[in-house]
Design a binder for this molecule. Structure first.
Ligand SMILES: Cc1ncc(COP(=O)(O)O)c(C=O)c1O
Length: 350
């Protein structure tokens, strides 16, 4: 009989000072922490063995079907609440994960949500948009970014005229810093969770356009734990390393830390975007299938699948050895699978 071997826990570093700095930032409570972390031995084996692989389940952030933005919203909406609004108005993309999570968060805080989504009203309502409706958001469609801005202002005027107190979330200056603080904290969670398993992370993979990654980069400097941070971007619309360094520096300042991050130290892979932002890629789809079929973990074809494609490619290249401990941060986005249902229909078994 195989007796499971109990891991010898490591003593994690003391993060009191970092947590005190974070605790000085106003915050509302939206989610339960820590989110789970699970080992993915079947995935590791399918990729040729070598390192241990763990998945940090930030798709399981408590409400609205989860995702990374709920961590961000704890700080961002605290800033909004200082203005005592009763209605949050926000302009985002048509199939935005952020819109879904924002609506769920506002519900929890007793706020009404008005979404102004860029795009045309689709014939078939699926994915995040369907969840926006279920969560009770008032949804408007804007044909362009310029028109979206005009609509945000007009809707705020309308709410005011009706005696309400609108807050346009796009004007909240916290967006970037909120994500960075959130993912600095996530990194502490991961280090402590892995210490209980007797290991320490050596490399993180995460879908990143810079915000969350900035927090993990700060953790590289602040925790005293040596690990690499491999962001994988889902968009080629801007230069992620310079943006990440700028956000990390802005966040360090907000936390009162004497720290300067240079763009040269940011590792973010831009070669897994595929056909473009918001469009599934073959490598990403393969990675989504692999996670689902080895571990039962559902990713998405727009963000996490592309990040996983980076991890899969690098593990197949043999970049990591048996002493490595890889952490894949699942940032959510699962409802996109329903928008892109035709990707998986071909997988039906006869
Ligand atoms: C599922 C998912 N992963 C990753 C990201 C990128 O996160 P960040 O903006 O913190 O770089 C997003 C952003 O929208 C997302 O929806």
């Amino acid at each position: 009989m195989n007796v499971p071997v109990k891991p010898t826990p490591l003593t994690p570093p003391d993060f009191t000072a970092i947590r005190e700095a974070i605790a000085r930032v106003p915050r509302v409570k939206l989610i339960e922490r820590p989110t789970p972390i699970t080992e993915a031995p079947n995935l590791a084996k399918a990729l040729g063995g070598g390192p241990r692989v763990f998945i940090k389940r930030d798709d399981l952030t408590s409400i609205g079907l989860g995702g990374n933005k709920l961590r961000n919203l704890e700080f961002r909406l605290a800033r909004s609440m200082a203005e005592n609004p009763d209605t949050v108005i926000v302009g985002l993309d048509l199939q935005s994960n952020s819109a879904r999570q924002t609506t769920a968060a506002c519900n929890k805080l007793g706020l009404r949500t008005i979404l102004v989504l860029e795009g045309n009203r689709p014939n078939i309502v699926q994915g995040n948009l369907l969840m926006d409706y279920l969560l009770g958001a008032e949804v408007h469609f804007a044909p362009s970014r310029g028109e979206q801005r005009r609509m945000l202002d007009d809707l705020a005027d309308k709410v005011r005229a009706e005696g309400g107190r609108p807050h346009i979330l796009n004007d909240n200056p916290m967006f970037d810093v909120a994500s960075a603080i959130a993912y600095l904290e996530t990194t502490l969670e991961v280090i402590e969770q892995l210490a209980a398993e007797g290991v320490s992370p050596t490399v993180f993979y995460m879908s990143s356009s810079g915000k969350g990654q900035a927090g993990i980069v700060l953790a590289q400097h602040l925790t005293g734990v040596k690990f690499a941070m491999h962001g994988v971007t889902a968009t080629d619309e801007f230069h992620v390393p310079s943006r990440t360094a700028a956000i990390a520096n802005e966040t360090a300042q907000a936390l009162g830390l004497d720290l300067t991050i240079s763009e040269d130290e940011i590792v973010n892979f831009a070669d897994f975007v595929g056909p473009g932002y918001g469009k599934p890629s073959d490598a990403g789809n393969e990675a989504v299938r692999l996670f689902a079929r080895t571990e039962g973990v559902i990713l998405d074809p727009i963000y996490t699948g592309k990040a996983a494609a980076g991890l899969v490619a690098h593990m197949r290249e043999g970049r990591f050895g048996p002493d490595d401990v890889v952490v894949f941060v699942h940032t959510g986005g699962v409802p996109a699978n329903f928008t892109w249902n035709e990707l998986w229909l071909d997988d039906r078994r006869p």
